[in-house]
Write a protein that binds this ligand. Structure first.
Ligand code: CA
Ligand code: CA
Ligand code: CA
Length: 500
């Protein structure tokens, strides 16, 4: 079962128990201008579920920032004037609300290219009228909407393009976190094409916007990594380094190829800052934009390993880019200065239907600070959300077709050892496609899966292997069998994790 420990988060176990049988929901943003919530129950499987309510729409929300564009949907020339609306993947997490003195499940979503902002809804209780939290009825609409945070509240808010990560231990969105000042927050980048083009981190306290206004410094904290222009902060990854259940460091890339570290370890938000004296942890360079969120792990020699890849696939001009893109593992051992490329060991990946990579040693020291792998195909880049599971760094990559009329191209799922960036020393993929992972599959660092911009979803297997599921450009679903690693140093490693 997913969720939080009652040791760090008193009252959570009772909350989870109270709502464990709530109506299961699937939430999806759409270009009809709405966030939709559908009943995800399965007739004959979910208690009380009938054929009539399975898949039924239970919730619709139209963010205010898309109102002005809604009429375009009925424009007879819409097909040649396509607009994005509620294009962002929503994320959900459980939080403790100091305003209601209760636990809640909240949903936070952005509009990606459809608008400059985020919205937050209380999705604790879809249908159970015996519970205190508001059910999904018209009369409760005002209670279900917690707030919106838009460029009207802070002019540096851009188009979000948020790529949410889920904590594999808790099942919660990593960007919905408790901070060291004991307030729960949503942690987002300002996204792209904002007015000033800064790269800005926002820490939005959940209760801060409930009164309809946002006061900087108290309702939200804003940390400016780059004062612009032409920049924007991508999806951040908060991390709890001292195991108290509260985020104390945050990493995020920007569209100009900087990987930033934010120090939020103080119990006093006014002391939070852009770490390393306001300089980046690493600079990949302007031709290597960092869009996908980083994965963070403890490092066996102390500090953290920050894993991320580069490449952009957001606008038409990106399709024809042939810049070399790169995957990095950077050791942040409470570093006092930007890590430079000459402190990294290179691994060489070789393209093919089955990919291989070198296995060079990475002897971490004061001069060796990590590794890098250049993606081997011209125009290849990372697009989906990468994952770190059991010491294996898994990321998808795509090579868009050079023809603008031909939406699609090649695509891969890749897996490397998180400490070296090299090919793992045991089989990573079911290369002979018999759905069994065994020695006769041989060693590999990646397999070709077709053009899949959204990345892969891991389904844990009982035995020695997992399955990665993906959808390709034609809307078809595929899967590939993949390795579980030896347990790596992911997330927070304490005895409490065994309880989940
Ligand atoms: Ca306020
Ligand atoms: Ca902490
Ligand atoms: Ca096999």
């Amino acid at each position: 079962m997913a969720g939080y420990s009652d040791v760090d988060h008193p009252g959570y176990a009772a909350f989870k128990n109270s709502y464990k049988d709530r109506t299961p929901m699937i939430y999806v943003g759409a270009n009809d201008g709405m966030l939709h919530g559908f009943n995800a129950c399965i007739a004959g499987v979910t208690a009380g579920c009938t054929v009539a309510n399975a898949g039924k729409e239970q919730l619709v929300y139209i963010p205010s920032t898309v109102y002005e564009n809604l009429s375009r949907l009925t424009d007879k020339d819409y097909t040649s004037n396509h607009r994005y609306f509620v294009d962002g993947s929503p994320m959900t997490g459980d939080i403790y609300s100091s305003s209601t003195s209760s636990w809640k499940s909240i949903l936070v979503g952005g509009m990606n290219g459809g608008g400059q902002g985020y919205y937050a809804l209380d999705v604790t209780n879809p249908a159970d009228t015996s519970k205190a939290a508001p059910t999904f009825t018209t009369t409760n609409a005002a209670n279900i909407l917690l707030w919106e945070f838009t460029s009207a509240d802070d002019s540096d808010m851009g188009y979000s393009h948020n790529l949410p990560q889920i904590n594999s231990f808790t099942g919660q969105a990593v960007q919905i976190a408790k901070m060291e000042n004991n307030r729960w927050a949503v942690i987002v980048g300002n996204g792209y094409n904002s007015t000033g083009g800064k790269a800005v981190l926002y820490i939005l306290f959940i209760t801060g916007g409930e009164d309809g206004s946002w006061t900087i410094g108290t309702d939200y904290i804003k940390l400016i990594a780059d004062s612009g222009t032409g920049n924007g902060l991508s999806t951040p990854a908060p991390f709890d380094t001292n195991g108290n259940g509260k985020a104390d460091v945050i990493y995020a890339g920007d569209i100009k190829g900087n990987l930033w570290k934010f120090d939020v370890s103080s119990a006093t938000p006014s002391s939070w800052n852009v770490a390393i004296g306001g300089t980046p942890l690493f600079v990949s360079g302007a031709s290597k934009p960092i869009i996908a969120p980083p994965s963070i792990s403890f490092h066996p020699k102390g500090g953290r390993l920050v894993l991320f890849g580069t490449g952009k696939y957001l606008e038409t001009a990106d399709t024809t880019s042939t810049n070399t893109q790169t995957i990095y593992g950077i050791w942040d051992n409470n570093t006092a200065a930007t890590v430079t490329a000459d402190a990294l060991v290179q691994q060489v990946m070789t393209d093919g239907t089955t990919r291989t990579a070198t296995q060079n040693a990475v002897s971490y020291s004061t001069t060796i600070k990590g590794w890098y792998v250049n993606l081997p195909v011209s125009g290849e880049r990372i697009t989906g959300v990468p994952s770190l599971e059991d010491g294996i760094f898994v990321f998808t990559s795509i090579v868009p077709s050079a023809s603008p009329c031909d939406f699609g191209g090649r695509g891969f799922v890749n897996a490397v050892d998180f400490l070296t960036g090299g090919m793992r020393s045991s089989p990573s993929f079911d290369t002979n496609r018999n759905r069994i992972l065994s020695l006769d599959d041989g060693l590999s660092a990646g397999v070709e899966i077709g053009f899949s911009g959204g990345g892969v979803t891991r389904i844990r297997g009982y035995m020695e292997s997992d399955v990665l599921v993906f959808s390709n450009v034609n809307g078809e679903t595929g899967l590939t069998t993949t390795a579980k690693g030896a347990a790596g140093l992911r997330g927070r490693v304490t005895w409490r994790e065994l309880m989940h």
